[in-house]
Every structure is written in C-alpha cells, then in structure tokens.
Design a protein around this ligand. Structure first.
Ligand code: KG4
Ligand code: ZN
Length: 406
C-alpha cells in the first residue's frame, strides 16, 4: 500500500492553488496564490487576466506545495485537478499542467468537480478532527459562494458520494450579491469579508428586505438560468420552495442608497479604496491597484445609516439561506447539514446556522475558515474516494465550464 498522497490543483476562478493531502483526511501542505490585487480594481474577476495570472503562478505554487510537504513528484500516488465548473481559460491552465505532471511522472490523473471539492472541504475537516467517525446520512449540503448557491442531498454509496440537486439560485449567487452590494457601497473586493466586518456595527432590523417566493415562471420551464458560475441545471423540475434569487435585494439596496442620499458617502469610500481607479485604470505609477483602505478606515467613513443597511442586507440574505436550507432538511429527512463555499466564512452565517441546527436537533458542519474559500486541499480530498475506486480521468480530459455535480 502506498503513502496515500495526492497532489491537488485548483485554478477554476481567481486563486491558483496546490495542496498535498493524505488519504482525503490529512492536509500535508496547502498553498493558495490569490489574484485579489489583480481583479480588485475592476470590482470582479476579469477572465483574461485570471488565465494570465494562473499561467504565471501555477509552477511556483505547485513547487511550494511539494516543498512544504517535503515530498517529490515520485512520492505522489496521483494528481487531481478541478475540471469544472469555472472559467474555461482558467480551468485549462490547471488541467494542462496536471496532465503534463501526471504523464511525465506516470501518475494517474483524477478529475474533480469544483462543487464536490467544496463539499469535501467539510468532510476533510470532519475526518481530520473526528477520526473514522461515521457521517450521518443523508447530508443536505448548501454550497454558497461567488458562483454558486446550490442545495444538494448527498448520500454515500460504497465509499463514493452521490448528489441530488434540490435547489439553486435562478439568478445571482449569494456571494455575488455580497460582492455587488459591497461595490455599490464603495467597499473592497471581494465584498463578503468587508460586509461581514462592517455588519456587526449596524442594526440588522433597521431595513426590512423581503424575499418573495421564487416562481418557476412558464418561460423558464425547461430552460437553464444564466449565472456567473455557469453551472446550469434546469430549474423547472425543482421545488420552487428551494429556489433562491438574489438579484432583487441588490436592486433594493441600490434604491435605498439613492433614496437616503448615501451615494456621496459611498463614492468617498470608493475613492479612498481605489486611488488608482480615480487616476483612471492602469495609469497608476506602480501598475498595481492595491486596496489602500482598511476595513477600519471604511468604518470611519460610514454613517450609522449605511452600517444599518449593511447589517440588514447581510441579515436578510442569511435568513433566506436558512429558511430554505432548514426547510429542505426537514422535508427530505436530512440528518446533517453542511454549509460550504466562500460565503460560509461569514461570521453571522455560522452563528445563526449553528443556532438553527441546534434548535432543530440537526448536526451541522462547516469547513475551517481557510478551506471555505477556493483551495486545492479540498480538490485532493475529493479525489481520494475516486482514487480508491480507480476512477481516473481520460487522457483527453478537457475543461468543462458548466460541469454538473448530479
Ligand atoms: O468559494 P469562493 O472562494 O469562490 C467561488 O467558488 O466563488 O467564494 C468567493 C465568494 C465571494 O463572493 C466572497 O465575497 C464571498 O465568497 N465571501 C464571503 C465572505 N468571505 C468570502 N461572503 C460573506 N462573508 C464572508 N466572510
Ligand atoms: Zn469555489
């Protein structure tokens, strides 16, 4: 029996990541090179820039992961890579490099779905902390990130997990709403951590936002919705109780800002945050637009009305995520809830989901904060059961920007 070491590579969006994980349960090393500084000035990920940055970072990041693990290529048992969903050009950088590594070192290649990776970020932690403990099934998994807001019912069959799609967003992902609202309020990118930090200074009940139930409109039947993550699934067959919609609340926040004269204040924060943007894109002397402002400075530039708006927005989004997730758990008889993806790093989300689970006597788990956002440890962990089942990727593996989990 080998040493169980799998090298994971993740390049689906704006983080170039590599990690070595042992048997899907122990992180030996994990390296993440973030492109935040590159994309921050644009307030969102620019696909062409993402591919270029991945090309620049992939070799040193993989080398660093191996060095930190103290192993060489020939100590590995397999190479795992994210095959989708994500940005086509970004995915291709990781896939091409992973294929070359696998071929040159005669290692099997394992293709991993990015969403399954997020789910395994939680399973990895569970296995690390509670040795060999059985996971209650079925598990209801909420994957909530910048590209996805998806509910899956997960079951274990002979060592492999299978997933059934229960609900999803019909428009924006929850993380996308955090990012867009932060942008319009003149806060940093990505917006989630900024809203998380400022929300605790506001009154969550100051502004009431309503989420009306999403209707499966006739024109959507059989069609697939458009979302940033491009993980498209027909929504017509899903229970409308478990559909999310986050584009409305972004518009409601915008309207509130206009109506209450908060626009100038937002622009002042944006100017402080992106001095290079004020100078006009690209003409800054250092060529790098680093967020110059800290969250404390943003706080100092915010009126109570804005802080109340931020707190109310966050409270409303989390309330809606909870209502549908717990509703689905009850309806489907799930025994454990798992919340993962970038938004799962949110403090209020963790607190309220934990309280909600306790009140309903449901088990709940989250990834560690570092494994909430994109990383490669989760990819290597998700690859382990596939390695054991000898489920290897074909030699002509390609990027699938719309890869589905079910
Ligand atoms: O999982 P992730 O790194 O990338 C995707 O697969 O999309 O998630 C990134 C998203 C961004 O939208 C970011 O604003 C959000 O996660 N995020 C948060 C927090 N940290 C990151 N949202 C709310 N609160 C946070 N603390
Ligand atoms: Zn992700």
């Amino acid at each position: 029996m080998g040493n169980g070491l799998i090298l994971g590579i993740e390049t689906s969006c704006d983080e170039t990541a590599a990690a070595v994980v042992e048997r899907g349960r122990r992180t030996v090393s994990a390296v993440v090179a973030s492109q935040i500084a590159t994309h921050a000035r644009y307030g969102g990920v620019v696909p062409e820039l993402a591919s270029r940055e991945h090309l620049r970072a992939i070799v040193p990041v993989v080398r660093a992961a191996l060095e930190q693990a103290g192993v060489g290529f020939r100590d590995l048992e397999a190479v795992a890579v994210t095959a989708g969903p994500g940005l086509a050009g970004a995915l291709l950088v990781g896939i091409t490099y992973a294929k070359a590594l696998a071929y040159a070192n005669r290692l099997p290649l394992i293709a991993v779905n990015h969403l399954e990776g997020h789910i395994h970020a939680v399973l990895l932690r569970e296995r690390e902390e509670r040795d060999a403990r059985q996971f209650e099934e079925p598990v209801l998994a909420l994957v909530v990130s910048g590209g996805h807001t998806h509910l899956y019912l997960a079951r274990l069959h002979g060592g492999l997990w299978s997933y059934e799609l229960i609900g999803r967003t019909v428009d924006d992902a929850a993380g996308e709403a955090f990012d867009k609202v932060a942008k319009l309020l003149g806060l940093g990118y990505p917006g989630g951590p900024w809203i998380d930090a400022l929300a605790r200074f506001g009154d969550p009940d100051a502004v009431s936002f309503s989420f009306s139930q999403v209707k499966t409109k006739a024109h959507l039947r059989g069609k697939t919705p458009r979302t940033k993550g491009a993980n498209t699934s027909p929504i017509a067959e899903l229970d409308p109780h478990f559909l999310f919609s986050f584009s409305g609340i972004k518009t409601a926040v915008l309207r509130y800002v206009e109506l209450h004269g908060l626009r100038d204040e937002s622009e002042r924060r944006a100017e402080l945050l992106y001095p290079a943007r004020a100078e006009r894109d690209g003409r800054g002397t250092d060529g790098v637009a680093k967020p110059a402002q800290t969250k404390n400075e943003a706080l100092a530039l915010s009126t109570q009305k804005t802080l109340d708006l931020i707190a109310s927005f966050q409270h409303a989004v989390i309330g809606d995520l909870m209502k549908k997730t717990f509703g689905a758990a009850e309806r489907l008889g799930a025994n454990r809830i798992l919340v993962t993806g970038g938004v799962a790093a949110n403090r209020e989300l963790r607190e309220r989901f934990s309280q909600g689970a306790e009140a309903r006597r449901l088990a709940i788990s989250f990834p560690t904060k570092t494994l909430s956002t994109d990383n490669a440890a989760m990819i290597a962990a998700a690859a382990w059961p596939r390695y054991e089942a000898s489920e290897f990727a074909p030699a002509d593996l390609s990027a699938d920007p719309a890869l589905k989990l079910t």
